[in-house]
Design a protein around this ligand. Structure first.
Ligand code: NAD
Length: 283
């Protein structure tokens, strides 16, 4: 393997240490950052994510206010809770775990969150501010990708970035964040013709598809940076990314592993956004 690993686990751990110090400092000013986590129903994966988020909050000293609601909660009841949390001065960030049960309109709920508490960055105001290049809460996974690039002091100015995937939670926002750093960005997706040709000219490849090793190592340009957002569980329980790791690592300059790459960064960025929101409360 020629590439250097970008170790998301180590980077996340050092960021969380710094966050714990920032939280301690805020507490000296009598501000305790607070994150409300709302889970509706009992989707097993969502339950795991929510408890990981709660534990991560506790470790850095963020107050986490948990709301576990039954699957039959109505949209009105959920909107009433969001309203209450919007008005609660102890709460700096509100996270409604997705997906919501089918009878609830996700957009209506995300739009009800006050933009100044939208630490997930999914509110249309946050998205609009990202599009127009204004400061905003950045959604957590793409923000984590940007921190990983920053950790290797990668200068995106004028670079060719190829993003594979156009979801609202990863592909589109990460493309906009790279554009804001003056990269030339191409977004590839399921209808893209000749994906290989796009990937071959990329200085930075960001894969967010959800298909095991679909990005072939031989497509990677020598010296490219490869960020693999994909998490694909195999039948034997192993996790693999969207990129053919060994073959890509033989050509890349830097590459993120799966697991231990982008994954640990996502929750860290949620904590970062919550602390940032609490700082804004002080000012
Ligand atoms: P999604 O299913 O919403 O989007 C997948 C995208 O891939 C779509 O835009 C689609 O157009 C594109 N695509 C599908 N087939 C393609 C093909 N053959 N060629 C090119 N593009 C194709 O997925 P998502 O929510 O953006 O997640 C993508 C992956 O990232 C998943 O594996 C998910 O588990 C992972 N993920 C990881 C984190 C993390 O914290 N590390 C967070 C979110 C998502």
């Amino acid at each position: 393997m020629a590439a250097t690993l970008i170790d998301g686990k180590a980077l996340a751990a050092s960021m969380r240490e710094q966050l714990a110090a920032s939280v301690a400092e805020l507490k000296r000013e009598s501000v305790v950052p607070g994150l409300a986590v709302v889970l509706v129903g009992d989707d097993p994966a969502s339950r795991v994510y929510v408890s990981m988020k709660e534990k991560a909050c506790a470790k850095v000293g963020i107050f986490s206010d948990e709301h576990r609601l039954p699957a039959e909660t109505t949209q009105e009841e959920l909107l009433a809770l969001v309203d209450k949390l919007n008005a609660d001065p102890r709460i700096d960030g509100i996270l409604v775990q997705l997906p919501l049960p089918a009878h609830i309109d996700e957009d209506a709920v995300l739009t009800a969150i006050a933009p100044e508490k939208d630490v997930d960055g999914f509110h249309p105001v946050s998205v609009g501010r990202l599009v127009t290049g204004n400061p905003t809460f950045k959604s957590c996974t793409p923000y984590g990708v940007m921190k990983m690039l920053e950790s290797i002091q990668y200068d995106l100015n004028g670079k060719e970035v190829v993003v594979i995937g156009r979801s609202n939670i990863v592909g589109k926002p990460v493309a906009l964040m790279c554009l804001a750093e003056n990269a030339t960005v191409t977004i590839c997706h399921s209808r893209t013709c000749d994906l290989a040709a796009h990937v071959r000219r990329a200085d930075v490849v960001i894969a967010a598809v959800g298909r095991t090793e679909m990005i072939r190592g031989e497509w990677i340009k020598d010296g490219a940076v490869v960020i693999d957002v994909g998490i694909n569980r195999q039948e034997d329980g192993r996790l693999l990314g969207d990129v053919e790791f060994e073959a890509a690592a033989a050509r890349a300059s830097y590459i993120t592993p799966v697991p231990g790459g982008v994954g640990p960064m996502t929750i860290t960025m949620l904590l970062e956004n919550t602390v940032q929101s609490a700082r804004q409360r002080v000012r």
